[in-house]
Ligand binder design. Structure first.
Ligand SMILES: NC(=O)c1ccc[n+]([C@@H]2O[C@H](COP(=O)([O-])OP(=O)(O)OC[C@H]3O[C@@H](n4cnc5c(N)ncnc54)[C@H](OP(=O)(O)O)[C@@H]3O)[C@@H](O)[C@H]2O)c1
Length: 259
């Protein structure tokens, strides 16, 4: 009797922990809620990634270039770290105490200090190096479709943006940090969850495709929740059809990248 009572008492905290975990949507590998660093949090997609993370119960740290300005957009829902992806020293503090990172940074012009080479390649590489040093558990990178198509007109018009994005992706794939590289089609504004999401691999599609920034944000956050999304590179677009109901199955349909 005494033995049974002791066992029951021991079980109570374990059961309580189980209930807490079962009710918790924000988890990497089913563990406790996690803190996610969002680079590019003030951008059009970044803001939606922040909202999606918060809605899913994650704690968010926003890497921003101007905290006062960012606070006007993102409010008090997130923690801020001021930094610049061109300044590696500023990234150490940004990563400290976070579990994973989602990056939706992007060059702001074809030339100048924030040109694609400096942001989409070197800036991403600086983030990757900081993620390695911080032993980040996952890095979700928003890249672009057509990065392996050097003749794409966007390269000519926008400082070789696609080619620099590919170099940024390469740095991530070579880093050893578990990653997900999402290559969206043209970004449009609109709701999430209203269309069929199409994943493709190999970057062979030459037609223009689109996806809403809200759907893209959802993909990024779902990628944190499903180990099946790790070490995958894929294009993402949408078309009329049924929205995703089973993200695990959706990611499981992707082939892992060859090392
Ligand atoms: N537009 C499209 O059709 C399309 C298609 C495929 C892929 N993409 C890619 O998708 C991603 C998201 O696009 P978007 O339209 O949502 O981007 P966006 O609104 O232009 O946002 C870019 C973000 O990057 C940040 N950033 C730029 N330079 C930075 C630096 N030096 N340090 C820290 N942060 C910096 C910006 O911060 P500030 O607010 O401080 O400037 C901003 O938060 C980008 O990588 C873009 O290239 C876009």
């Amino acid at each position: 009797m005494q033995k049974t009572r002791r066992a029951a008492l021991l079980l109570i905290p374990a059961l309580a922990a189980g209930i807490a975990l079962a009710g918790c949507t924000a988890s990497l590998d089913g563990a406790a809620p996690k803190k996610i660093l969002v680079a590019g949090a003030t951008g059009q997609t970044g803001q939606l990634i922040v909202s999606e993370l918060l809605a899913d119960g994650y704690a968010v740290r926003a890497l921003v270039r101007d905290t006062a300005k960012a606070r006007k957009t993102l409010g008090d829902r997130v923690e801020y770290v001021q930094g610049d992806v061109k300044d590696p020293a500023s990234l150490t503090a940004a990563f400290a105490g976070t579990d994973a990172v989602v990056s939706a940074i992007g060059a702001r012009g074809a030339r100048g200090p924030d040109r694609p080479e400096a942001i989409d390649y070197q800036g991403v590489k600086n983030l990757v190096d900081a993620a390695v040093a911080a032993k980040s558990r996952q890095f979700v990178l928003v890249s672009s479709r057509a990065v392996t198509q050097p003749d794409n007109p966007l390269n000519r018009l926008f400082g070789n943006v696609l080619t620099w994005k590919l170099k940024g992706e390469d740095a991530l794939r070579a880093s050893g940090v578990p990653y997900t590289v999402v290559r969206p089609g043209g970004l449009v504004n609109g709701p999430a969850g209203e269309k069929e999401i199409v994943f493709e691999q190999g970057d062979t599609v030459r037609d223009q495709t689109t996806i809403t920034r809200a759907d893209l944000a959802r993909i990024c956050v779902q990628a944190l929740k499903h180990p099946e999304a790790r070490n995958r590179t894929f294009e993402a677009s949408s078309r009329p059809g049924n929205p995703v109901t089973d993200w695990r199955a959706k990611f499981a349909g992707l082939k892992p990248d060859q090392p």
